[in-house]
Design a protein around this ligand. Structure first.
Ligand code: GRF
Length: 213
């Protein structure tokens, strides 16, 4: 099925992003920077962490962005946790949800109720190396080119339509850590650009291809 979604050209205020994190939040920082630099015409309406100790919460607070902690451990079921996420995102007027190191799998329950498309950044050239420690998987596999992917989130883990990708070389002297660091630099450039693309172009899904008109 083909369907379309686009930012309204009549919108007078920038589209609102909701960013979901679990950890250090360097991709969140990259999004904040891109908005500050005028490379991404958007506003972050809410940063939600599922862990109270997520370091990224401090970056959000320092930038004056509203934050919320919705701890999955405090809920009796995945649906109840996801319902709380949807409620907070909706209340913040969010139009696009950006996962930035969010370490919870989101079920169809969430995806069907989310107030907009859900994006994720993953540190490999999908469909290679989905799941955890993608950079370590790529390094031990011995690939010579690695990279990062921004994709739409679907119920299948790291398997949604690809919005954008960036490559990096893998050097013989690399460790999994040095490769991860090289990929992270590209993630920080790629993610804000891909969000901007989703916000500004008329796009549709053709089969499993993300097509920007
Ligand atoms: C990034 O490598 C991202 O690709 C992956 O989780 C990591 C999050 O890092 N999904 P940070 O919290 O954005 O620094």
């Amino acid at each position: 099925m083909t369907h379309a979604r686009a930012a309204s050209p009549l919108a007078s205020s920038p589209p609102v992003l909701g960013v979901l994190i679990s950890g250090r939040g360097s991709n969140l920082q990259a999004i904040i920077r891109a908005i500050g630099d005028g490379r991404l015409a958007a506003r972050i309406g809410i940063v939600i962490a599922n862990r109270p100790d997520a370091g990224g919460l401090e970056h959000a607070r320092a930038a004056g962005i509203p934050t919320a902690v919705i701890d999955h451990k405090a809920f009796g079921s995945r649906a109840a946790f996801e319902e709380a996420l949807v409620a907070r995102l909706t209340e913040a007027g969010v139009a696009v949800i950006c996962l930035a190191g969010f370490m919870r799998i989101l079920s169809p329950f969430f995806l069907e109720r989310a107030p907009g498309p859900v994006l994720n950044v993953h540190p490999s050239l999908l469909p290679s190396f989905p799941g955890v420690d993608a950079q370590g998987q790529a390094w031990s596999h011995g690939v010579k080119v690695a990279g990062a992917t921004v994709h739409l989130v679907t119920p299948e883990l790291d398997a949604g339509p690809i919005i954008a990708q960036a490559t990096v070389p893998v050097h013989d002297a690399d460790t999994a850590e040095s490769l991860a660091a090289r990929i992270l630099v590209e993630e920080h450039r790629l993610y804000p650009d891909a969000i901007a693309r989703v916000l500004t172009c008329r796009w549709h899904i053709d089969g499993r291809r993300f097509v920007c008109e």
